[in-house]
Every structure is written in C-alpha cells, then in structure tokens.
Design a protein. Structure first.
Ligand code: PRP
Length: 179
C-alpha cells in the first residue's frame, strides 16, 4: 500500500466486481437503445470509464467533458467550469454520464441540465462512489457502485493535488498529507 494511504476502502478486486455488476445492469437497461453515449467527466473518470465500458455489451459511443469543481483543495467549491466540451452533439441520444465520485452534486446537476437542454433523448448518471453525506443539491443518481462517508479518498482516478490517480485501489488519504 502507498505510504500516504491510511486504509484501502475499495480494492482492485472489489472495483472490478462493481464494474461487472454495473455493466451488466446497464447492458440490460439499455438493450433497446440504439444510441447510447457514455459521457465521461475528466479527469477522475478515466480508469472507471475504461473498465465500465468494457463491461457493457452494447453498441455505444464515448465522449468526454472536462469539468472542474475542486481547484486543488480538499473541499468542493461548488463552482462548475467547463474546460473541454463534447466533440459530438448528444441531441436525440441516450446519454449516460460516467462519474468517479459525487460530493455536493453540483457538477452533475449542472451537466445533466445542460445535456437535457441540448436535446438528449435521456440523461442518466452512473458513479463509482457516492458521498451522499456531502450532497447539497437534489440529484437522481441512477447507478451507484458504492456509498461512502465524507473521508477524503484518492486512487483509481481520484486525486489530491493531481496525485494518486494511478493507484489501483481507492483509499483514505492520511490527514498529515493535506494538513
Ligand atoms: C470531482 C469529481 C466530480 C466532482 C464531484 O472532479 O470527479 O466531477 O468533483 O464534486 P461535486 O459533486 O461536489 O460537484 P474535479 O473537479 O476534482 O476534477 P477531476 O475529475 O479532474 O479530479
């Protein structure tokens, strides 16, 4: 285990199992859709969307947006900035937004509303981790890998100051690292 990690919350094996389960459910639910588009929110989504898309046994397209809300600290500021937009329009498509973690929900609420306004046929959300305790805005989350408390977690895409994204597991960061 990395020296800055207090404890592992989701192991590599557990994450793989969650991706399998979520992928199977999504495959079932979208079986009649002819226009599924996964929209990954960079950068945290990268490992998750890579694993999840390979567990979905359907034709699909993949798009990315870069949306920022943390700006380097450990708390979400709630301010949502679009740093990179979609390459292809999502009008008339069934959009599934793929998130690594939801805290306040502000990022997703903003993006869900935006993609609906752009004429998507449907907009749903899948997240690997849901920190419901941190929720500020009301938000429907359609697929949740795992619910967690408010601990500051890193790994498998999640960062602190851009580090730790490459860990194969999700773990709690030692307080001394960010104090
Ligand atoms: C994180 C995370 C979500 C968002 C959740 O992204 O990936 O997109 O914050 O916070 P919220 O529910 O309070 O809005 P971040 O802005 O840190 O970008 P990153 O994925 O590049 O690390």
């Amino acid at each position: 285990m990395h020296k800055d990690i207090e404890k592992i919350i989701l192991s590599e094996t557990e994450i793989a199992e969650l991706c399998k389960q979520l992928g199977a459910q999504i495959t079932k639910d979208y079986a009649n859709s002819e226009s599924l588009t996964l929209v990954g929110l960079l950068k945290g989504t990268v490992p998750f969307i890579a694993d999840l898309m390979r567990e979905i046994d359907l034709p699909l397209t993949v798009e990315y947006m870069d949306v920022s809300s943390y700006h380097g600290g450990v708390e979400s500021t709630g301010e949502v900035k679009i740093l990179k937009d979609l390459d292809t329009p999502v009008a008339s498509r069934d959009v599934l937004i793929v998130e690594d973690v939801i805290d306040t929900g502000k990022t997703l609420k903003t993006i869900v509303e935006l993609l609906k306004q752009r004429g998507a046929n449907s907009v749903k959300v899948v997240t690997l981790v849901d920190k419901t305790i941190k929720r500020i805005v009301e938000l429907d989350v359609d697929y949740i890998g795992c619910k967690m408390g408010g601990e500051f977690i890193v790994g498998y895409g999640l960062d602190y100051d851009e580090l730790y994204r490459n860990l194969k597991y999700i773990g709690v960061l030692k307080e001394e690292v960010y104090q």
